[in-house]
Design a protein around this ligand. Sequence first.
Ligand code: ATP
Length: 331
Amino acid sequence: MGNSPDGGNAVTTRGLRKSFRSVRGRRPAVHGLDLDVPAGGVHAFLGPNGSGKTTTIRMLLGLLHADAGTMHIFGAPVPARLPQVIDRVGAIVESPKFFPAFTAEQNLRLLADAIGTPRERVGQVLEATGLHERGKDRFAGFSLGMKQRLAIAATLLKEPDLLIFDEPTNGLDPAGIHEIRQTMRRLGDEGRTVLVSSHILAEVEQIADTVSIIGRGRVVAQGSVAGIIGAQGAEALEVTVPQADRDRAVGVLRGAGLEVAGDTGPLAVVGAPDPTQVTRLLAEQRIYLSRLVPVRRDLESVFLELTREDALGAPNPPAGSTPGTSTEERR
Ligand SMILES: Nc1ncnc2c1ncn2[C@@H]1O[C@H](COP(=O)(O)OP(=O)(O)OP(=O)(O)O)[C@@H](O)[C@H]1O
């Protein structure tokens, strides 16, 4: 399905840039973005508000001109070759318009006719989005979550290989969020590529196969969830020593420049320490630890750490500053 000559990627961007004019001059929204979305599965495109997700998606879909950089969808350079690949792409970037008085089925049939898709497909996409029992209900009576699933059903009519959803759970209640999540996971399991943007990690973390985290228009981490967490190392080491040696152990570790927390119970050696160094320092003083447990980070702490500057509302760098990624003037 997602057979790509582009290193197996459904989407690739290199040195992508876009800045907007503001009262303080031109401010970069996307600032040298190198994105790799593997073909097949769910890829979460994560970043705080204003980090450049929507701008990137709009550029990929040809809705906005990039200032510089390259973009490929299934190996085809876009926007130059977008007409050749657009049939393989379904996207929801804004709420689509449906006729309130028509049923879900009628709305989808109209769309199917408009794009030349056989009407049999309507039943299949209602099934794929879990709406098959509501096909005869009028759109006006749908909940927000159902409306959003109908929007996804509409994008599925032409059987796209790549689905791009920009914050698809915005405004939904927990049940609606769950339904959309399940739908996206199902599409990923079918072998399609789902690129979903969100500023709320918890919304997509459970269903994502791969993740890219962006901050201030650049990718700050990408890969599998486990890989991203692993790359950041252990947050701390939990070290248990005999109670009689506890104070001495704290002195030894602090004397070696390590940061030790925890007034009672196990010592928490923070700041991604090397377990071998901790063991050796203590053994040299004849303090023998009975337990040493690395405390792993979770994706949320990594996300917050990597995007901290954005979350604090730090101003974007001026448009001329260099992000350290290659750029290629396109227009
Ligand atoms: N048309 C525009 N004109 C001026 N500035 C814009 C425009 N579109 C986006 N921006 C600015 O570009 C930056 C990135 O915005 P963008 O909408 O891409 O972020 P986002 O990551 O999608 O955020 P959110 O999670 O809030 O949707 C922001 O500072 C935003 O104010």
